[in-house]
Write a protein that binds this ligand. Structure first.
Ligand SMILES: Nc1ncnc2c1ncn2[C@@H]1O[C@H](COP(=O)(O)OP(=O)(O)OP(=O)(O)O)[C@@H](O)[C@H]1O
Ligand SMILES: [Mg+2]
Length: 263
């Protein structure tokens, strides 16, 4: 399988990791309530970056800021070193930062292929190129068998994968995924892990993944950032995060208890 088109990775110039996407000292307030307070992250090329934390910690708000959907109250965002704070979502996606939503919103009366094609056409891709790209993406997301089905008819796991396929159609350098495994059973979650690995390898992009599924997060992420009440409390490798007492206190303990309660 070969990609019809690829985004060339910018040349690495020095020993510092190249940052494709940055949030610098981000603050977001909603009516005086701090959803985010002084949060900074930097996404390197070809990495899988996890964003975790309890409900209401500010994960989706940070993803909204990074993708141009939410203007921060303080701080700035950078895309490939350029100030992107005021770009808004359309310009941000044209510059290589694409995202999925916590609640999937495919167009139900369009086919799976048409939904993916829209993701490409939306960033100005020519129709013929977009059509070629669709089949390649559907194959990577294990959705080829659904190509001509209406998106509204898909079971939950496939609907969420369609959301990823659509975001991928814009050929992002950084793909932001908000709870891609939400509502997935163990088998679907495993299939998702395989799809995310395939995306990283074949589409040569970085992934930022928000998830409560710790098995998924710990198995695919190279680095993990932890938010709690809108503040950063840790960043590190999966092993470092699992061993971090503040993270265990704020979050991992709860997840472990919830998991034990479910089984
Ligand atoms: N548009 C908004 N208006 C007012 N408050 C908001 C808005 N969006 C988010 N918030 C608040 O900001 C805080 C962070 O919310 P956010 O959705 O970013 O959390 P989250 O970490 O994604 O949580 P979850 O794991 O439940 O998805 C919460 O207190 C939430 O109620
Ligand atoms: Mg959220």
């Amino acid at each position: 399988m070969t990609a019809p088109t690829t985004v060339a990775a910018p040349a690495q110039t020095d020993a510092e990791p190249e940052l494709l996407l940055e949030a610098q000292a981000i603050g977001v307030s909603f009516d005086g309530v701090h959803a985010l307070d002084d949060v900074s992250i930097g996404i390197r090329s070809h990495e899988v970056f996890g964003l975790i934390g309890p409900n209401g910690a500010g994960k989706t708000t940070l993803m909204n800021v990074l993708s141009g959907f939410q203007r921060p109250t303080r701080g700035r965002t950078l895309v490939n070193g350029a100030d992107a704070t005021r770009w808004g979502p359309e310009k941000t996606v044209r510059h290589g930062v694409s995202r999925t939503f916590q609640a999937v919103r495919p167009f139900p009366a369009l086919t799976v292929a048409q939904n993916v094609e829209l993701g490409a056409l939306g960033v100005g891709t020519r129709r013929r190129v977009a059509a070629e790209r669709v089949d390649y993406i559907l194959e990577a997301l294990h959705l080829s068998h659904r190509r001509d089905d209406f998106a509204g008819k898909l079971p939950h796991g496939e609907e969420r994968r369609l959301g990823i396929a659509r975001a991928l159609a814009s050929e992002p350098q950084v793909l932001l995924l908000d709870e891609p495994a939400a509502g997935a059973n163990e088998a679907e979650s495993d299939e998702l892990v395989a799809s995310l690995r395939a995306i990283k390898a074949e589409f040569s992009c970085s992934l930022v993944v928000i998830e409560h599924d710790m098995r998924l997060i710990m198995s695919i992420c190279e680095r993990i950032h932890v938010l709690d009440y809108g503040r950063s409390i840790a960043e590190g490798t999966p092993a470092e995060i699992q061993a971090n007492p503040a993270v265990r206190e704020a979050y991992l303990g709860q997840v472990a208890e919830a998991g034990a309660g479910e089984s």
